[in-house]
Design a protein around this ligand. Sequence first.
Ligand code: PAF
Length: 278
Amino acid sequence: MKTLLIQTTKELINYRNSLPNDSIVGLVPTMGALHNGHKSLIEHSRKTDSHTIVSVFVNPTQFGQNEDFSKYPRNIDKDFKLCEESGVAVVFAPSANEMYLKNDEITLRAPKNMGYIYEGFIREGHFDGVLSIVLKLLHLSLPHHAYFGQKDAQQLLIVKRLVQDTFLPTKIIPCPTQRDPDGLAMSSRNIYLSDLQRKEALKIPAGLSRIAKAIKEGETKTSILIELAKIELTNLDVQYLDICDYNLNSITHIQKDSSIALIAAKVGQTRLLDNLWI
Ligand code: PAF
């Protein structure tokens, strides 16, 4: 199958309507600068779906005023090639004007609690922007499945709520975080790190490993788990470190299969996120 490059919403709707009724469609929403983490989302879809659509769109509404929207890495030729090699049916790479038609348009608000703590507290309005674009992408591609990385845990949980609260028929499929051999979670922003900063950044997975080890040894108290992680995180600009449930409420004791340890830290100017699904 030859990979199509589609740049307008109209063409994507026509493409979706042209697919046979028994097609199974998977959507992998991305902001481009594709790496092996994205590749693994695509591979999950390729195993399940007859047609994989990858969207490549650096969504302006999820960036704050002082964030890296203008310098966010963009390389559509490289992204297209990776998609082609991975058997993707469509790369949807629209312009901002294509996705946002009017200045004064209907907007979505993320849930008050889930959307405005952790990432949502530091990046106010971030999840409103994420939800607005994800809803549009789901409507345009009408996928059976949409694939989201567990690395962006808060995003994944909020998108699940979007689908649940608006009765969308798409199933959201969580995919495990991909790591480089040194343990750093893959992220498009890792390219901003110098060698020295990358070394500093490795304190983040080391902190999470401490938590995982202590849990394995029977520890359940979150205050103790957090103190253990802090031993690894010395001298790092940690923005938050917490253990919460799937509604993103802080908890005092972990519960298997319903808790997450979340970390965000700044290394130089680069914000890095990582987490441990417990
Ligand atoms: O995770 C991302 O890359 C973005 O937040 C998403 C889901 C593509 C929405 O712009």
